[in-house]
Design a protein around this ligand. Structure first.
Ligand SMILES: CC(C)(COP(=O)(O)OP(=O)(O)OC[C@H]1O[C@@H](n2cnc3c(N)ncnc32)[C@H](O)[C@@H]1OP(=O)(O)O)[C@@H](O)C(=O)NCCC(=O)NCCS
Length: 253
């Protein structure tokens, strides 16, 4: 599916990462203006998990220990270990040698080697998506599409007025899918910017209909941003909605 052509409009394919590790063969073909998206299962066999754990720093292991229940603890170790393995394959470095830092809002970035690649991680249940870019910043989000008692109330609380008005106009049969489409589009942008939920979700607008081309329409706090990012829906299967946000600084056309 990838690398991405010279245009920065990224295809919406998801590159599948499978066990065992032969799927990592060829990852270094990420071109300078490319973005890869990997889909990864986090519930790995115990022996594999033990191996992944050896890449983690004492701080990362301490964070894992803070999860009270085994399943999220194991998934954190798997996600961090697999992220290290993947970035290590791109950079031809031992996964244990990679060092991360966080920006002011908690976004992990590469410290060593410094900013060699941009990446972002999202997970839900045992599914993780990892976006890797050789150019500008990326943000990614994935949600399991699950029944919500009151999607309308949640939308009223979290969407911008323009998004909420568009949401209300959709037939009820489309509202659940639309809720998760908007949610993941918004979160992908908030994560690409590196602010997470410190960026007020009602301060910017994305397209709402699930089948509408995903687009950042406006950012009232930072108007210039609207033309600096492209949004992409990710085909993660019918049970999930996934979105990717890519900086146009990842080499424009
Ligand atoms: C970043 C954030 C949007 C993630 O949302 P989420 O749906 O819970 O989780 P996701 O699976 O999509 O993403 C988690 C990953 O995002 C990455 N991440 C963390 N902070 C980030 C940020 N500011 N920007 C981009 N990515 C971030 C990490 O890799 C994290 O994975 P890890 O926990 O294994 O290290 C959210 O946690 C956030 O904004 N946090 C900061 C503000 C906060 O703590 N608010 C309290 C709740 S309002």
């Amino acid at each position: 599916m990838l690398p991405i052509p010279r245009t920065w409009r990224v295809p919406t394919d998801v590159r599948w990462h499978r066990w065992p590790d032969e799927a990592l063969v060829g990852v270094r073909r990420l071109s300078e203006d490319g973005v890869h998206v990997w889909r990864i299962g986090l519930d790995v066999p115990a022996a594999r998990l033990a191996g992944l754990g050896t890449y983690l720093t004492p701080e990362e292991m301490a964070r894992a220990e803070r999860y009270r229940f085994p399943s999220p603890r194991r998934r954190f170790i798997a996600a961090r270990g697999l992220l290290r393995e993947l970035l290590g394959a791109y950079l031809e470095l031992d996964p244990a040698r990679l060092r991360f830092r966080q920006n002011a809002w908690g976004k992990p970035l590469l410290l060593e080697p410094p900013d060699a690649l941009q990446f972002n991680v999202a997970h839900t249940d045992d599914l993780a998506l990892i976006a890797v870019s050789a150019g500008g910043a990326v943000g990614i989000d994935v949600e399991r599409v699950r029944p919500l008692a009151h999607p309308d109330r949640l939308a009223a609380r979290t969407f911008s007025p323009l998004e909420y008005a568009a949401f209300r106009e959709l037939p009820p049969s489309q509202q659940l899918e639309a809720f998760f489409a908007v949610w993941t589009r918004k979160e992908a942008y908030m994560k690409a910017r590196g602010w997470g939920f410190h960026l007020p979700p009602d301060a910017f607008d994305v397209t709402v209909a699930p089948d509408a081309p995903p687009q950042l329409l406006a950012d009232r706090q930072a108007p210039a941003e609207a033309s600096r990012w492209s949004l992409h829906d990710l085909a993660v299967g019918t049970a999930y909605r996934g979105s990717l946000c890519v900086s146009s600084l990842a080499r424009g056309p």
